[in-house]
Design a protein. Structure first.
Length: 286
């Protein structure tokens, strides 16, 4: 699932491409992904492209907002020219050689270009919300890295309030927004904290280290344009390269570069979790 760095990378590209342009037409190929009347946004100008947690926000005129969640396999692909059938520069297996593809769910004609919302598994969605509805939606999310509320005091308060495993707390969007499986694994490794450690058992030194590690890995994610798996692409169809810099995520069975212990994989809250028994072992959970 695209996390903060991936969604922010998409936001930055789309802001350059579609800001201050009008939505000319919306073609809905799957109502599950866009359940409302598309006519309500046609003719509206995009006056802002924002992000909160893992959600993209397209602010429109007249107090309207389109919000989108990519979920596991969502993509936004931008083509500057609104041709009936768009051929990509090279074959990309996840979306095919032409757009629209079999996974295209919504097509927005914006200015002279087209924005394709692709979703292989049909979990992602686009919704139309008023300003008031948007405010209520965003209020569900917790403190967020890079925002003013992500202070050490607030971070400590959130962690001390839960007995769950720290890895699960990091993934809880109502507590800490924007962090997903990749960046939680990487930051816990850097902080030498076992992912199953009860959140409220972390001491002040560990909490400060974890906060700093989160900021570090998220900045690296942004630097490299996010981590591309089989689905994640930038709107211009290029790929992120942060996966080439993983320290521990997806490396079960390999030796830790820090201590040479063999990296292990366990499941926490139904999510694959990677840790080093040497760097993040029982001795480091005290």
């Amino acid at each position: 699932m695209p996390e903060l760095p991936e969604v922010e990378t998409i936001r930055r590209q789309l802001e350059k491409a579609i800001l201050n342009k009008k939505i000319v037409k919306v073609k809905v190929l799957s109502q599950k992904q866009f359940p409302q009347n598309p006519k309500l946004v046609e003719g509206e100008k995009i006056i802002g492209v924002e992000r909160r947690a893992k959600i993209l926000i397209f602010r429109l005129e007249h107090r309207k907002n389109l919000i989108a969640h990519l979920k596991l396999s969502g993509q936004f692909i931008w083509t500057p020219k609104a041709e009936k059938k768009t051929k990509l520069k090279k074959l990309i297996p996840t979306i095919g050689e032409f757009l629209p593809s079999k996974s295209t769910r919504v097509i927005l004609t914006i200015g002279k270009g087209k924005l394709f919302f692709n979703e292989m598994r049909k979990f992602g969605w686009i919704k139309l919300l008023s300003d008031e509805e948007l405010e209520k939606e965003l209020a569900r999310y917790g403190i967020e890295p890079f925002k003013t509320d992500f202070s050490l005091a607030n971070f400590e308060k959130v962690l001390q309030a839960s007995k769950k495993a720290i890895k699960q707390v990091l993934l809880d969007q109502e507590k800490i927004a924007g962090i997903g499986n990749i960046y939680a694994n990487e930051s816990l490794y850097l902080s030498k904290i076992h992912p199953a450690t009860p959140s409220n058992k972390l001491n002040k030194k560990q909490i400060e280290s974890l906060k700093n590690s989160l900021i570090k890995v998220l900045k690296l994610g942004l630097k490299f344009g996010g981590a591309s798996d089989e689905y994640y692409l930038h709107p211009d169809t290029t790929r992120g390269t942060y996966q080439n810099h993983f320290l521990i995520y997806g490396k079960s069975g390999e030796k830790c570069k820090n201590c040479s212990a063999v990296i292990k994989r366990i499941s926490l809250g139904g999510r694959g979790t990677y840790f080093c028994p040497g760097c993040q072992g029982l001795a480091n959970r005290k």
